[in-house]
Design a protein around this ligand. Structure first.
Ligand SMILES: [Zn+2]
Length: 440
């Protein structure tokens, strides 16, 4: 364990960026503007985890990860009704083996039985779990760097997508530690911050801040809470920890499994099907991960300057044809949004930038009152599409779908207060806009 951690520290700066991505589109290291990630994990099924820690988590909206010894533990609890209720509340249930053996002392057949049977029992007892679970290595043996532990991780591969060690180290891992080729499957060797009565509140807060400053990830490891078990701590101290976390809104607190699924999918994602012009940029996201195991919503940062878009103006962000909103962008802006694998993402100009408008079209009456009429004086059809009126701040105040093949369309402006608006039309033939005055 110590050896693995030491080598980790020497390789922090191995790869600074996700080189497989096109430069202009980056999957954020963590979702929704969060700077670092943290999971709250529990080993050994100690009863206080369920009677004391879980209510404290629920009261704050945090989801924990409970690693269960499926054959029962020294602490005594193996109550599947309780564990089902924990899972229903959104907490993660992972494996801590069947009997908590020293895995490195067992032959491969018995190692296989411990890993396979605990996975199967959890799947049998708790409905709707992901196919692959997470595991906490008993006494940390499986997360280390020995050859036997490499073998343990190979055996674990079909059942588990992430594994947590039991060592403290510096208490957190750097983001790029996972790109270190020294680790054949780093996601099965994730570090942890062991909690117990000897960890002071000051040290706890300092470690959280260090992880945040580095943009890394960490998992807290608890055993006994209030009612006994290894490294038992009073519930008041546990709640102090949670309150310290709450003081850091830029920390993403999630389950152990989701923290690592996001990490893995974010760095495996590539940008494909790119089409672009000086006013348009479209693409999809792809990865080669198993879609059953990995289906995260990713936070995307799109650097406008590097897309080829050269004109400032109003743009429409569509994801799978769903408009997420107009945005005014400058050519040096970064657009941030959430998307998933396979979705088609289009950033396209709404205004037409030259304020496109057919010379044959008139808007009347102007000023408009109850009804605004758009007419093509050349007798051509008005385009079908989405018609919106936006106020001077760019806010959409009314929107309607127009499907028709005649040369005029009536738009209801009865509810609009007097003022200046912009009519924007998004149609298959392009984007159009013009000014509209409403007077009551
Ligand atoms: Zn344990």
């Amino acid at each position: 364990m110590t050896i693995a951690k030491t080598i980790l520290l020497f390789n922090l700066a191995l790869i600074g960026t996700i080189t497989s991505l096109k430069a202009q589109v980056v999957v954020a290291n963590w979702p929704n503007g969060k700077k670092a990630a943290l999971s709250i994990t529990f080993d050994d099924n100690c009863p206080g985890q369920f009677t004391h820690a879980r209510p404290a988590l629920d009261a704050r909206g945090y989801k924990g990860t409970f690693f269960v010894i499926t054959g029962g533990s020294q602490c005594g609890l193996r109550d599947w009704d309780t564990l089902r209720s924990v899972a229903r509340a959104g907490h993660e249930i992972g494996s801590h083996s069947v009997t908590h053996p020293q895995l490195q002392t067992l032959d491969t057949a018995r190692i296989g039985a411990e890993l396979r049977d605990s996975h199967a029992e959890i799947q049998r007892q708790i409905p709707n779990l992901p196919t692959k679970l997470t595991i906490a290595w008993p006494s940390g043996r499986g997360g280390g760097s020995t050859r036997k532990e490499d073998t343990i991780r190979m055996i674990a591969g079909p059942y588990y997508l992430a594994g947590r060690s039991a060592s403290s180290g510096q208490g957190w891992d750097s983001y790029t530690a996972y790109l270190n080729p020294f680790f054949k499957n780093y996601y099965l060797q994730v570090g942890t911050y062991l909690q117990g009565p000897s960890v002071t509140g000051a040290a706890f807060g300092q470690t959280i801040r260090a992880c945040l400053n580095a943009g890394g990830l960490m998992s807290l490891l608890y055993h006994g809470i209030e009612t006994g078990g290894f490294n038992n701590i009073p519930i008041t101290l546990f709640e102090e920890h949670l309150d310290t976390l709450a003081n850091h809104p830029d920390l993403w607190i999630t389950t152990f499994g989701q923290m690592l699924r996001y990490h893995n999918q974010a760095r495996q994602t590539t940008v494909t099907n790119v089409t672009s012009s000086n006013t348009y940029y479209g693409f999809t996201l792809a990865d080669t991960l198993n879609a059953t195991d990995y289906d995260e919503t990713l936070t995307i940062k799109l650097d406008v300057a590097s897309t080829g878009i050269v004109q400032t103006g109003n743009y429409d962000l569509d994801i799978d044809g769903q408009r997420t909103g107009y945005r005014y962008i400058g050519t040096s802006d970064t657009i941030i949004f959430n998307a998933k694998r396979g979705q088609r993402i289009n950033l396209s100009t709404v205004v037409g930038l030259a304020n496109r408008w057919s010379p044959n079209w008139t808007l009347s009456p102007m000023p408009a009152q109850g009804t605004l009429i758009l007419r093509d004086n050349g007798g051509q059809s008005i385009p079908s599409g989405t018609y919106t009126l936006q106020d001077q701040l760019g806010r959409i105040v009314t929107e309607q779908q127009v499907q028709q093949s005649t040369n005029s369309v009536n738009l209801d402006v009865t509810d609009l207060p007097s003022g200046l608006y912009t009519l924007r039309i998004k149609s298959a033939s392009g984007f159009y806009s013009n000014k509209v005055i409403v007077q009551k």
